[in-house]
Design a protein around this ligand. Structure first.
Ligand code: ASC
Length: 149
């Protein structure tokens, strides 16, 4: 086969393999996974902001609202991890979570451990403050390695 033809052939095969590679059953395209995880983080950050406003006294403390936000954060903390299929790069990433699955899972587990305590802690301002701090530290633990900001 001539050089030009064989190059073309390689390119066609590579494109076919890439197109067929399952990003993950849940996401048809890498871009769908990126959108999904960013949506989860947007909701989580919004509710972290509501709790932070109460913790700082910028908004009156309301136990029912705080606990509702805490439950949203806990639920959200379980969702993004399946949405980092290999190759789903985005501007927001400074390292690839799929390159070290154990490290990435350890950081996700730490966050889930802290968010699990948040709904009960949100019953009073005195208990909310330290647990919100621990939760924010678990967010940051992952951001330090993976988030490009
Ligand atoms: C938040 C929020 C984050 C984390 C992070 C903690 O409230 O929006 O991304 O906490 O700032 O370090």
């Amino acid at each position: 086969m001539k050089k030009k033809q064989s190059l073309l052939c390689c390119a066609v095969i590579a494109a076919a393999v890439l197109a067929a590679a399952p990003v993950r059953a849940q996401f048809a395209k890498a871009e769908d996974a990126v959108k999904y995880r960013q949506a989860v983080y947007t909701v989580m950050a919004n509710h972290m902001g509501r709790l932070a406003a109460m913790a700082k006294g910028e908004r009156p403390f309301d136990a029912a609202a705080a606990q509702a936000s805490a439950r949203v954060i806990e639920t959200m903390s379980h969702l993004p991890w399946e949405a980092f299929p290999a190759g789903s790069t985005s501007k927001g990433l400074k390292a690839e979570p799929w390159a070290d699955a154990a490290d990435y899972k350890a950081r996700a587990d730490r966050l889930q451990g802290e968010t699990a305590k948040l709904p009960a802690a949100a019953a009073s301002l005195e208990t909310l403050r330290p647990q919100l701090g621990a939760t924010g530290a678990a967010c940051k633990n992952c951001h330090d390695k993976y988030r490009n900001i």
